[in-house]
Design a binder for this molecule. Structure first.
Ligand SMILES: [Zn+2]
Length: 468
């Protein structure tokens, strides 16, 4: 990881959404009044929300499968662990952060209190941060290698899908299941030109180049082979097979940070020609390179189907002021989902597609397309999330999965706190959506309970069964 920017002793890291969200509270107008606030009020529990009581008990007691998160290795590796994301960039240009991500989010102290018994009012100053870190360190010292599992226990998460470059001691099956990254395989040529597109991509592509070098090393190569046939047979397929053998249950694409979802369906002959023409050369023609990427995406998706690996796609407006929101519209993926050759591949739209939540919902009609609530559960209030969640549950209830996108956002908001907050919001949103359907006579109480368990656990359990 790069050098972190540091603000009043707080270390900034880029989250999954690639943003600086942790603003300097002491300098903000909001914080001036917050300094005089008492401890934040207790957050509402499910039982205090307008949620059916029996349904609330089901939702609270179900050990969830978290479809997507970035847990960090516990001690002794924790502080040096950099594999929790393929693109852990730390110094992106600022953007306007959504309110829920700012440091005066009252859920943050609630998470500190629940996890560490650490009670403090906002804003957290440098001394408060030290005390928070000490409180967290005490739990780490107590739990040791079981620390990450302990974090899951605090959120009633039975299993977390860990989107990481590699797994390690303490982040292991059965509580954690591996989801590695496939993007580096899409860009086998010189990426200098692509990196020039935006300041963010100038940081992303060198990281992808490094990960591809790691993948090449793992298959005994130093450079990409001379032909596409060799690249597919000696690099792409063996990498996927190695990851499958290493316990992977899905492959993750965060390609929306690198280009749009407009994948065409080129012929093999076209891809062969382009590969042979540009391999080893600098600055490949952008249009031709895109055609090769399109071919590789479908090839990898098909291989994932063959190997029983699901395909995870970041589908949400991403972080960073240069993220291409329009290119992340999941409707652009419809030709891929309608490719009969890819029907054995199960696709999961991570983060529910926001802001294209209706587009994402409509795509659930495809038999092999699912979505999850990760990151939405962190970024949106339960009430807001429950609106579009209800629409999805009214249409394709067996295609929606719970998720947090727990991520080490900063020293003050680790993957532990973000997991805890998103878990809480997600369960509350589920309770609100299903209670609405129950009260409006759309479903029985038994059906509401069954849908709750499907979202929290059963759909994911079935999806990731090894189908090979
Ligand atoms: Zn993520």
């Amino acid at each position: 990881m790069r050098q972190h920017a540091s603000v009043v002793g707080m270390t900034l890291r880029k989250p999954c959404l690639r943003r600086y969200w942790w603003l300097l509270l002491l300098a903000s107008p909001i914080s001036a009044s917050a300094q005089h606030q008492d401890l934040p009020p207790e957050l509402p529990s499910l039982s205090s929300l307008p949620v059916d009581a029996r349904l609330a008990r089901t939702i609270e007691s179900t050990r969830a499968i978290d479809n997507h998160a970035h847990p960090v290795l516990p001690p002794p590796a924790g502080s040096s662990d950099k594999d929790f994301d393929a693109l852990p960039v730390d110094n992106m240009e600022p953007e306007t952060d959504p309110a829920a991500w700012r440091a005066d989010n009252p859920q943050l102290p609630a998470a500190w209190a629940a996890l560490w018994g650490f009670k403090v009012s906002l804003p957290l100053d440098a001394e408060g941060l030290k005390r928070l870190q000490a409180a967290r360190a005490r739990v780490k010292a107590r739990e040791k290698q079981h620390y990450a599992e302990w974090v899951l226990d605090q959120a009633a998460i039975g299993t977390m899908l860990a989107n990481r470059v590699s797994m390690g001691p303490g982040i292991e099956a059965p509580r954690f299941r591996w989801v590695p990254y496939a993007d580096a395989l899409l860009f086998p040529f010189d990426n200098t030109g692509l990196a020039e597109a935006t300041p963010d991509r100038a940081q992303f592509f060198p990281l992808e180049d490094r990960l591809r070098a790691r993948y090449l090393h793992a298959v005994g190569l130093e450079t990409v082979p001379a032909t596409l046939a060799e690249y597919l047979s000696k690099v792409v397929t063996p990498t996927l097979e190695q990851q499958k053998a290493g316990g992977a249950v899905a492959e993750k694409f965060e390609v929306a940070y690198l280009r749009g979802f407009d994948f065409t369906d080129p012929t093999r002959a076209e891809a062969d020609r382009i590969y042979a023409n540009w391999v080893g050369r600098t600055r490949p023609d952008a249009a031709e390179y895109k055609v090769l990427q399109d071919y590789l995406f479908r090839y990898i998706a098909r291989e994932c189907g063959r190997l029983g690996l699901a395909v995870h796609l970041h589908t949400m407006a991403g972080g960073g002021g240069y993220f291409g929101v329009a290119g992340a519209n999941p409707l652009l993926l419809e030709p891929v989902f309608n490719d009969a050759k890819l029907r054995k591949t199960r696709f999961v739209l991570l983060h529910g597609g926001w802001p294209f939540v209706r587009e994402a919902g409509a795509l659930l009609q495809k038999p092999n397309v699912y979505l999850d609530l990760s990151q939405e559960t962190l970024s949106f209030s339960p009430k807001t999330l429950s609106g579009w969640l209800r629409e999805w549950l009214e249409t394709y209830p067996e295609k929606v999965m719970f998720g947090t996108d727990g991520y080490p956002l900063s020293d003050a908001m680790g993957w532990e706190e973000s997991t805890w907050i998103a878990n809480r919001n997600g369960r509350e949103a589920l309770g609100l959506a299903l209670t609405g359907m129950l009260e409006d006579g759309e479903i029985s109480r038994a059906r509401a309970g069954a849908i709750a368990q499907a979202v929290l656990r059963n759909t994911a359990a079935a999806l990731y069964e090894d189908r090979k």
